[in-house]
Design a protein around this ligand. Structure first.
Ligand SMILES: [Fe+2]
Length: 171
C-alpha cells in the first residue's frame, strides 16, 4: 500500500485543491520539499511524507468544510477514507493544538492521536520552509510572513507565538 499512497494523495489533492490558486502553489512546493527530505527516510516512510505533504492543507477544500478549521476538516476527510495515520499527521501538523484551543476545537482535535516521529517533524519542516505562494523561505521568514499576513487580533498570531518553540525544534 505504501508505494501507492503518495499517488493516491496526489490524486486527492489535484481533485480537491488544485483550483485554489496560491494554496495549490504552496502545496506543490511543500511536496517538492518533501521529495527532497524523503531521501533520509526509508521508502515506506518517504512515501508517507510525500502523501502527507500533498494532503496537509486538503481541509481548505470548500467541499470538506466541517469544523471550519482546515487541519481538523482535512483529518476528518482522511479518516473517512480509511487513512488513519495520514489523518493524525494532518490534524497535528505545525502545532495546531494552540489554534484549536483558541477556536474552541480542542475536543475535535483530540479525536486524532498525535504522532511524535521524525516524519511528523519533517512535515512541519517542509511546511514551515515553504511560503504562501510556494516560494522557498527560511523558517524565520515563514513565521514573520504568517504574523504579518494575519492581523494582530487574529487567533493565528498567538497560536504561532505559542507554537513557535516546538515548530522551531522540528525545523
Ligand atoms: Fe501548508
Amino acid at each position: 500500500m505504501s508505494n501507492s499512497i503518495a499517488i493516491w494523495a496526489s490524486d486527492q489533492a489535484i481533485c480537491l485543491i488544485s483550483s485554489l490558486g496560491n494554496r495549490w502553489l504552496h502545496v506543490q512546493s511543500v511536496v517538492e520539499q518533501a521529495r527532497w527530505v524523503s531521501q533520509v527516510f526509508g521508502e515506506s516512510e518517504g512515501e508517507y511524507l510525500m502523501a502527507a505533504a500533498y494532503l496537509h492543507d486538503i481541509g481548505y477544500a470548500p467541499e470538506l468544510k466541517r469544523a471550519g478549521f482546515h487541519l481538523i476538516d482535512g483529518a476528518i476527510y482522511l479518516r473517512a477514507q480509511g487513512y488513519e495515520r495520514l489523518a493524525y499527521l494532518v490534524a497535528h501538523h505545525s502545532e495546531s493544538q494552540f489554534e484549536a484551543r483558541f477556536r474552541g476545537l480542542e475536543s475535535e482535535l483530540a479525536q486524532f492521536l498525535r504522532e511524535h516521529s521524525p516524519l511528523a517533524e519533517a512535515l512541519n519542516y517542509c511546511d514551515m520552509t515553504t511560503g504562501p505562494q510556494g516560494q522557498r523561505v527560511s523558517f524565520e521568514e515563514r513565521i514573520a510572513d504568517i504574523l504579518s499576513r494575519y492581523g494582530e487580533t487574529d487567533i493565528v498570531v498567538p497560536s504561532y507565538t505559542l507554537g513557535y518553540a516546538s515548530i522551531a525544534a522540528s525545523v
